[in-house]
Design a protein around this ligand. Structure first.
Ligand SMILES: [Zn+2]
Length: 105
């Protein structure tokens, strides 16, 4: 069997969404101090946001070929909306409570 991991730099295929979600979340956290910053909540917020977005893979070795400012602005707004939706979901039903409750037993 051909081992693609040995032959090719598969790490070069990246989902751009992840970096953008992290970047935008940092901005939101800087201004909204009410959001829980524990690892459970932050990772849940990122995972929920990424699951709700269509994947946006590109090959890192080549970089972005075309760049449409309007499309990019709309995309960033979509990511931001997704983030706020995820923050609301995690804030209403945080995972950290389950972990803390489990530790009591
Ligand atoms: Zn938390």
């Amino acid at each position: 069997m051909v081992n693609l991991r040995e032959l090719y730099r598969l790490d070069a295929v990246v989902n751009e969404n992840k970096n953008i979600v992290i970047e935008l979340l940092q901005h939101i956290l800087a201004t909204d101090k009410t959001i829980c910053r524990c690892e459970h909540c932050i990772l849940d917020i990122i995972a929920i946001t990424l699951n709700d977005l269509p994947p946006r893979y590109r090959v890192g070795l080549i970089g972005t070929i075309d760049f449409d400012v309007d499309a990019e602005t709309q995309y960033l707004e979509k990511v931001q909306d997704g983030l706020y939706h995820a923050i609301m979901r995690v804030t209403e039903n945080p995972h950290h409570l389950i972990t803390l409750n489990q530790k009591k037993y």
